[in-house]
Ligand binder design. Structure first.
Ligand SMILES: Nc1ncnc2c1ncn2[C@@H]1O[C@H](COP(=O)(O)OP(=O)(O)O)[C@@H](O)[C@H]1O
Ligand SMILES: [Mg+2]
Length: 233
């Protein structure tokens, strides 16, 4: 479960004597239940990525509170954040963010290495994950030897490998063709139904929004719950 209370954030640009505040989020309150799929929509520049970066602990909010599965993460030190993140959050990015010098197997394995899992266990876990995302035959391929859809499956596998209760995705279908997008979205649905994983999906794509249980819109730094979801189903 994700609880956001009074979350506010601004960026500051320009030199000291002409410093300008860019208020991005202006006091957001939001509850996301365990097992919900929530799509976050909003115009470019409306603060969607900022919200996700705050949820990921990559930036600290100027004001407000974020509670993830009972932990007030805004109070965590940098080091505790890293541990919390490794155990609780999975990430899917538009640009996949795979490490080019590592094979599909090694990319998927990485979070397990960071978690300190031994090699024999890692091998078994990664193998079963490769099967789950349909990439058994591509374990030794480098990202440059995979199609866009296959690369996104590697990145999804990497996000899932530690079985995080929450997955955060910023424009996950942004660089996929239609067929691969459909495939990813049904996988998201399946993981959500079978394993109760909570998803926060940032998107500008109505089709992505249509798999969500709830669609919220960021507008002028605030959250506007979208009530016309039925209309886009
Ligand atoms: N590191 C930063 N420094 C200054 N301004 C930023 C920074 N990151 C984002 N912004 C500004 O904050 C606003 C929201 O950006 P962002 O969260 O990326 O929006 P979205 O993802 O909805 O397109 C934009 O006006 C953007 O220019
Ligand atoms: Mg963005």
């Amino acid at each position: 479960m994700i609880v956001i209370r009074g979350l506010a954030h601004s960026f500051y640009v320009g030199k000291k004597n002409s410093r300008q505040e860019i208020p991005v989020l202006k006091g957001i309150d939001l509850k996301i239940n365990k097992g919900e799929i929530v799509a976050v929509i909003g115009k470019s520049g409306s603060g969607k990525s900022t919200l996700l970066n705050l949820l990921s602990g990559y930036i600290k909010p100027l004001q407000g509170e974020i509670v993830l599965n009972g932990t007030d993460v805004t109070a965590l030190s940098e080091g505790d954040w890293a541990t919390f993140r490794a155990e609780n959050l999975g990430f899917i990015f538009q640009s996949f963010q795979l490490i080019p010098s590592m094979t599909a197997f090694q990319n998927i394995e990485l979070p397990l290495v960071m978690k300190g899992i031994n090699e024999a266990d890692r091998e078994a876990i990664v193998k079963s994950m490769l099967a789950k995302v349909g990439l058994d035959d591509y374990a030794e391929h480098y990202p440059s030897e995979l199609s866009g859809g296959q690369q996104q499956r590697v990145s999804v596998a990497r996000a899932l490998i530690v079985e995080p209760p929450i997955i955060l995705a910023d424009e996950p279908t942004g660089s996929l063709d239609q067929e691969t997008e459909d495939e990813l979205l049904s996988f998201v649905k399946q993981l959500n139904e079978e394993e109760g994983i909570t998803f926060v999906l940032i998107t500008h794509d109505e089709e992505v929004a249509s798999v969500a249980d709830r669609v919220i819109r960021l507008e002028d730094g605030s959250v506007v719950e979208r009530l016309d979801k039925g209309a886009i189903r």
